[in-house]
Design a protein around this ligand. Structure first.
Ligand code: GAL
Length: 401
């Protein structure tokens, strides 16, 4: 049905095939419900954890009161399991009235009054992954409904559809989002569902895109994501830039699965990989050292670097990986030295800036990436020695002399 519609639009010459909303010039930052709160819909048994307007308002209040908004976290994103299972008589999707008694327009107003933005979740197929109404055959009406509510971001998942339809359907939703006239950040799960994704077309149509499996609350999960991004088999890294970012999934700091060093790894690597920083945790209950990492301005500055260039893995020797990310002004780099090993002692990594791929003949001034403390001045061939804890990371910023 929608294929016919695409052809009609193309013939009329009004087809808009580019994401032209001006959003996500740097990786979006905020909070999202899925990893921590999943599809909990029983607010009687779990009043504090169920997917409800009170959860999103509580997290929004925390973003503001605890300083997250001040450092850039601005989106509150609702994931799956928010609507009723049936559309209304006009075909519109309906937020569950017992869990969202004030309605979505009201919730969006609440976020906007605090200087925040509201994101919502849908699915390209007939049902969402959790079994709620999908947008297939309803894209126009859903895009308009979201815009009417004042929604600022849409994550469009890809369950319950035919794989051949992705290349048509995802751009079609972008068309309908553009047609509403409301800038809505568009997050596509498209590449995660297809073999050999056409990243050029994906980047032309989506602001951010998931390309790997769901993050779980574990070090193994974080490691496998970093491995996938390091391998970059489909060459997706090069499509990152202002307006377009690869999305390795949510930040899980503040939950149960990561040690302190592993939390440092996730934050530092998501900064080096120019990744969206969408926390999924309970902001009412975050340990001080974790909060410091989430609010760390040096990490966030790397993550939000205006060039938007995604870092890459420069070397992999046993358990040791070295990554770098070009920063602005041109010539500056973030360097991450990652120890994926689990032997009890720290690894002593002895390298040179030249080995890492830096080329300024005059050498570099190096600062520590988390604190900004001066490490020293290094020529390209000086020994650059780093002690890296097991399942840990050292991060640096190198500026040309
Ligand atoms: C998955 C998606 C998750 C979450 C979930 C909801 O496919 O990758 O991030 O959105 O569906 O059912």
């Amino acid at each position: 049905m929608y294929v016919v519609f695409v052809v009609a639009l193309t013939c009329l010459g009004v087809w808009v095939d580019a994401v032209n909303n001006g959003l996500a010039r740097t990786p979006p930052m905020g909070w999202m419900s899925w990893q921590r709160y999943r599809c909990i819909t029983d607010c009687v048994q779990q009043p504090d954890n169920c997917i409800s307007e009170s959860l999103f308002k509580r997290m929004a209040d925390r973003l503001v009161s605890d300083g997250y908004k001040d450092v850039g976290y601005e989106y509150i994103n609702i994931d799956d399991c928010w609507p009723l299972k049936d559309r209304d008589a006009e075909g519109k999707i309906v937020p569950d009235p017992t869990r969202f008694p004030s309605g979505m327009a009201d919730l969006a107003k609440y976020m906007h009054s605090k200087g925040l933005k509201l994101g919502i979740y849908g699915d390209f197929g007939t049902l969402t992954c959790g079994g709620y109404p999908g947008s297939k055959f309803y894209m126009d009406v859903d895009a308009q409904t979201f815009a009417d509510w004042g929604i600022d971001s849409l994550k469009l998942d890809g369950c319950y559809t035919n794989p051949d339809d992705y290349a048509t359907g995802y751009p079609l939703m972008e068309f309908f989002l553009n047609k509403t006239g409301r800038p809505i950040l568009y997050s596509c799960s498209w590449p995660a569902y297809v073999k050999d994704p056409d990243y050029k077309t994906i980047a032309d149509n989506c602001n951010i895109w998931r390309n790997y499996g769901d993050i779980q609350d574990s070090w193994d999960s974080v490691k496998s994501i970093i491995g996938f991004y390091g391998d970059d088999t489909d060459n997706f890294t090069k499509f990152a830039g202002p307006g377009n970012f690869n999305d390795p999934d949510m930040i899980i700091l503040g939950n149960f699965g990561l040690s302190y060093d592993q939390q440092r790894v996730q934050m530092a690597m998501w900064a080096v990989m120019a990744s969206p920083l969408l926390m999924s945790n309970n902001l009412d209950d975050i340990r001080p050292e974790t909060k410091d990492l989430l609010l760390n301005k040096n990490l966030i500055a790397i993550n939000q670097d205006p060039l938007g260039i995604q870092g890459t893995r420069k070397s992999q020797t046993g358990n040791i990986e070295i990554w770098s990310r070009p920063l602005s002004p041109v010539g500056k780099f973030a360097i991450a030295i990652l120890n994926l090993g689990e032997a009890g002692c720290a690894a002593i990594v002895n390298t040179t800036l030249s080995y890492i791929g830096l080329t300024n003949q005059g050498g570099y001034k190096v600062t520590e990436g988390f604190t900004g403390a001066v490490v020293g001045t290094f020529s390209l061939s000086d020994h650059f020695v780093s002690n890296v804890n097991p399942s840990g990371i050292q991060l640096y910023v190198a500026s040309p002399n």
